[in-house]
Write a protein that binds this ligand. Structure first.
Ligand code: PRP
Length: 182
Protein backbone atom coordinates (compact mmCIF):
# COMPACT_ATOMS: atom_id res chain seq x y z
CA UNK A 1 0.00 0.00 0.00
CA UNK A 2 1.40 3.40 -1.02
CA UNK A 3 1.13 6.59 1.01
CA UNK A 4 -1.49 7.76 -1.52
CA UNK A 5 -3.59 4.61 -1.09
CA UNK A 6 -3.94 5.44 2.61
CA UNK A 7 -5.89 8.60 1.75
CA UNK A 8 -8.53 6.64 -0.16
CA UNK A 9 -11.85 5.85 1.52
CA UNK A 10 -12.99 3.35 -1.12
CA UNK A 11 -12.16 2.24 -4.66
CA UNK A 12 -14.92 3.01 -7.18
CA UNK A 13 -13.33 1.50 -10.30
CA UNK A 14 -10.30 -0.74 -10.36
CA UNK A 15 -7.55 -0.54 -12.97
CA UNK A 16 -9.05 -3.64 -14.65
CA UNK A 17 -12.60 -2.26 -14.66
CA UNK A 18 -11.38 0.98 -16.22
CA UNK A 19 -9.42 -0.89 -18.92
CA UNK A 20 -12.44 -3.00 -19.80
CA UNK A 21 -14.80 -0.02 -20.02
CA UNK A 22 -12.33 2.08 -22.02
CA UNK A 23 -11.90 -0.77 -24.54
CA UNK A 24 -15.68 -1.03 -25.04
CA UNK A 25 -16.10 2.74 -25.33
CA UNK A 26 -13.25 2.96 -27.83
CA UNK A 27 -14.88 0.33 -30.01
CA UNK A 28 -18.25 2.14 -29.85
CA UNK A 29 -16.51 5.37 -30.90
CA UNK A 30 -14.64 3.63 -33.72
CA UNK A 31 -17.92 2.54 -35.27
CA UNK A 32 -19.33 6.10 -35.10
CA UNK A 33 -16.21 7.92 -36.22
CA UNK A 34 -14.98 5.72 -39.05
CA UNK A 35 -14.38 7.85 -42.16
CA UNK A 36 -14.54 11.16 -40.27
CA UNK A 37 -10.81 11.55 -39.46
CA UNK A 38 -11.68 12.99 -36.04
CA UNK A 39 -9.52 15.38 -34.09
CA UNK A 40 -9.31 14.29 -30.46
CA UNK A 41 -8.86 17.24 -28.12
CA UNK A 42 -7.78 16.45 -24.58
CA UNK A 43 -8.61 18.88 -21.81
CA UNK A 44 -5.55 19.18 -19.61
CA UNK A 45 -4.60 18.28 -17.10
CA UNK A 46 -7.15 15.79 -15.78
CA UNK A 47 -7.77 13.97 -19.07
CA UNK A 48 -4.15 13.16 -19.89
CA UNK A 49 -4.27 9.51 -18.85
CA UNK A 50 -7.73 8.82 -20.30
CA UNK A 51 -6.65 10.49 -23.57
CA UNK A 52 -3.72 8.10 -23.97
CA UNK A 53 -5.93 5.07 -23.37
CA UNK A 54 -9.09 6.04 -25.30
CA UNK A 55 -7.18 7.09 -28.44
CA UNK A 56 -5.48 3.68 -28.50
CA UNK A 57 -8.81 1.95 -27.88
CA UNK A 58 -10.42 3.80 -30.80
CA UNK A 59 -8.59 2.61 -33.89
CA UNK A 60 -9.50 5.23 -36.52
CA UNK A 61 -7.21 7.58 -38.43
CA UNK A 62 -7.15 10.72 -36.26
CA UNK A 63 -4.95 13.44 -34.88
CA UNK A 64 -4.62 14.84 -31.40
CA UNK A 65 -4.57 18.25 -29.77
CA UNK A 66 -4.39 19.53 -26.22
CA UNK A 67 -6.14 22.45 -24.60
CA UNK A 68 -5.67 23.61 -21.03
CA UNK A 69 -8.32 25.44 -19.09
CA UNK A 70 -8.56 26.46 -15.50
CA UNK A 71 -11.60 27.04 -13.37
CA UNK A 72 -11.20 25.19 -10.08
CA UNK A 73 -7.94 26.71 -8.82
CA UNK A 74 -7.35 24.05 -6.17
CA UNK A 75 -10.84 24.28 -4.72
CA UNK A 76 -13.33 21.41 -4.72
CA UNK A 77 -16.16 23.40 -6.35
CA UNK A 78 -16.06 25.19 -9.70
CA UNK A 79 -15.79 28.98 -9.71
CA UNK A 80 -17.81 28.91 -12.93
CA UNK A 81 -15.26 31.00 -14.80
CA UNK A 82 -13.40 29.10 -17.55
CA UNK A 83 -10.10 30.48 -18.81
CA UNK A 84 -7.99 29.02 -21.62
CA UNK A 85 -4.40 28.75 -20.42
CA UNK A 86 -3.07 26.81 -23.43
CA UNK A 87 -4.88 26.85 -26.76
CA UNK A 88 -4.96 24.32 -29.61
CA UNK A 89 -2.38 24.81 -32.32
CA UNK A 90 -4.30 24.32 -35.56
CA UNK A 91 -7.24 25.45 -37.66
CA UNK A 92 -10.27 23.30 -36.79
CA UNK A 93 -12.74 24.60 -39.38
CA UNK A 94 -14.69 21.76 -40.94
CA UNK A 95 -13.21 19.21 -38.54
CA UNK A 96 -15.12 16.60 -36.54
CA UNK A 97 -13.96 17.05 -32.95
CA UNK A 98 -14.14 14.71 -30.00
CA UNK A 99 -13.39 16.49 -26.73
CA UNK A 100 -11.86 14.11 -24.21
CA UNK A 101 -12.54 14.84 -20.54
CA UNK A 102 -11.91 13.02 -17.30
CA UNK A 103 -15.08 14.28 -15.60
CA UNK A 104 -18.26 16.16 -16.50
CA UNK A 105 -19.43 17.86 -13.32
CA UNK A 106 -21.29 21.22 -13.42
CA UNK A 107 -20.81 21.28 -17.19
CA UNK A 108 -19.18 24.73 -17.12
CA UNK A 109 -15.97 23.60 -18.81
CA UNK A 110 -17.57 21.60 -21.60
CA UNK A 111 -20.39 24.10 -22.25
CA UNK A 112 -17.73 26.77 -22.71
CA UNK A 113 -15.44 24.60 -24.85
CA UNK A 114 -18.23 23.30 -27.06
CA UNK A 115 -19.27 26.87 -27.92
CA UNK A 116 -15.65 27.92 -28.36
CA UNK A 117 -14.95 25.16 -30.89
CA UNK A 118 -18.20 25.72 -32.80
CA UNK A 119 -17.38 29.43 -33.06
CA UNK A 120 -14.03 28.46 -34.56
CA UNK A 121 -15.87 26.54 -37.30
CA UNK A 122 -15.79 22.91 -36.19
CA UNK A 123 -18.16 20.74 -38.27
CA UNK A 124 -19.21 18.80 -35.18
CA UNK A 125 -18.24 18.58 -31.51
CA UNK A 126 -18.73 15.32 -29.66
CA UNK A 127 -17.96 14.87 -26.01
CA UNK A 128 -16.34 11.86 -24.43
CA UNK A 129 -15.98 11.81 -20.67
CA UNK A 130 -14.69 9.01 -18.52
CA UNK A 131 -16.83 10.04 -15.56
CA UNK A 132 -20.20 11.75 -15.52
CA UNK A 133 -21.62 13.29 -12.35
CA UNK A 134 -25.12 14.31 -13.53
CA UNK A 135 -26.34 15.24 -10.04
CA UNK A 136 -24.08 18.32 -10.15
CA UNK A 137 -25.04 19.64 -13.56
CA UNK A 138 -25.92 23.33 -13.86
CA UNK A 139 -25.43 23.67 -17.64
CA UNK A 140 -27.54 21.96 -20.32
CA UNK A 141 -24.83 19.70 -21.66
CA UNK A 142 -24.56 15.97 -22.10
CA UNK A 143 -21.76 13.68 -23.19
CA UNK A 144 -22.00 11.48 -26.29
CA UNK A 145 -19.71 8.87 -24.76
CA UNK A 146 -19.58 8.16 -21.01
CA UNK A 147 -17.35 5.69 -19.22
CA UNK A 148 -19.06 5.59 -15.85
CA UNK A 149 -21.69 7.58 -14.01
CA UNK A 150 -20.52 8.56 -10.53
CA UNK A 151 -22.28 9.78 -7.37
CA UNK A 152 -21.53 13.18 -5.87
CA UNK A 153 -18.37 12.15 -4.06
CA UNK A 154 -14.84 13.52 -4.27
CA UNK A 155 -13.09 11.21 -6.73
CA UNK A 156 -9.38 11.04 -7.52
CA UNK A 157 -7.01 8.89 -9.55
CA UNK A 158 -6.54 7.99 -13.24
CA UNK A 159 -5.87 11.67 -14.00
CA UNK A 160 -8.18 13.24 -11.42
CA UNK A 161 -6.53 15.22 -8.66
CA UNK A 162 -6.99 16.85 -5.34
CA UNK A 163 -4.65 19.85 -5.03
CA UNK A 164 -2.66 18.39 -7.96
CA UNK A 165 -2.03 15.06 -6.18
CA UNK A 166 -3.33 11.49 -6.77
CA UNK A 167 -3.46 11.84 -10.60
CA UNK A 168 -1.12 8.85 -10.94
CA UNK A 169 -3.24 6.38 -8.96
CA UNK A 170 -4.08 3.59 -11.45
CA UNK A 171 -7.65 3.28 -10.11
CA UNK A 172 -10.45 5.75 -9.30
CA UNK A 173 -11.29 6.18 -5.66
CA UNK A 174 -13.10 8.40 -3.20
CA UNK A 175 -10.87 10.58 -1.06
CA UNK A 176 -11.22 10.46 2.72
CA UNK A 177 -13.01 13.68 3.81
CA UNK A 178 -10.32 14.44 6.37
CA UNK A 179 -7.77 14.75 3.55
CA UNK A 180 -9.57 17.80 2.16
CA UNK A 181 -10.38 19.13 5.61
CA UNK A 182 -13.94 18.09 6.33
C1 PRP B 1 -11.90 19.32 -13.81
C2 PRP B 1 -12.10 18.34 -14.94
C3 PRP B 1 -12.92 19.10 -15.93
C4 PRP B 1 -13.73 20.02 -15.05
C5 PRP B 1 -15.13 19.49 -14.94
O1 PRP B 1 -10.83 20.15 -14.13
O2 PRP B 1 -10.88 17.92 -15.48
O3 PRP B 1 -12.13 19.84 -16.82
O4 PRP B 1 -13.11 20.05 -13.77
O5 PRP B 1 -15.91 20.28 -14.10
P1 PRP B 1 -17.13 21.15 -14.61
O6 PRP B 1 -18.03 20.24 -15.39
O7 PRP B 1 -17.74 21.61 -13.31
O8 PRP B 1 -16.60 22.28 -15.43
P2 PRP B 1 -10.00 21.02 -13.08
O9 PRP B 1 -10.43 22.46 -13.19
O10 PRP B 1 -10.08 20.39 -11.72
O11 PRP B 1 -8.53 20.97 -13.67
P3 PRP B 1 -7.61 19.71 -14.03
O12 PRP B 1 -8.16 19.13 -15.32
O13 PRP B 1 -6.25 20.32 -14.22
O14 PRP B 1 -7.65 18.72 -12.89
Amino acid sequence: MSVMDRDILKVLFTKEEIAQRVAALGEEMRQDLEGKEPLFISVLRGAFIFMADITRACQVPCDVEFIAVSSYQNATASSGVVKITHDIQQDISGRHLVVIEDILDSGNTLAFLRQYFLTKGAASVKICTLLDKPSRRTKAIHADYVGFEVPDEFVVGYGLDYAQKYRNLPYIGVLKPEVYGQ
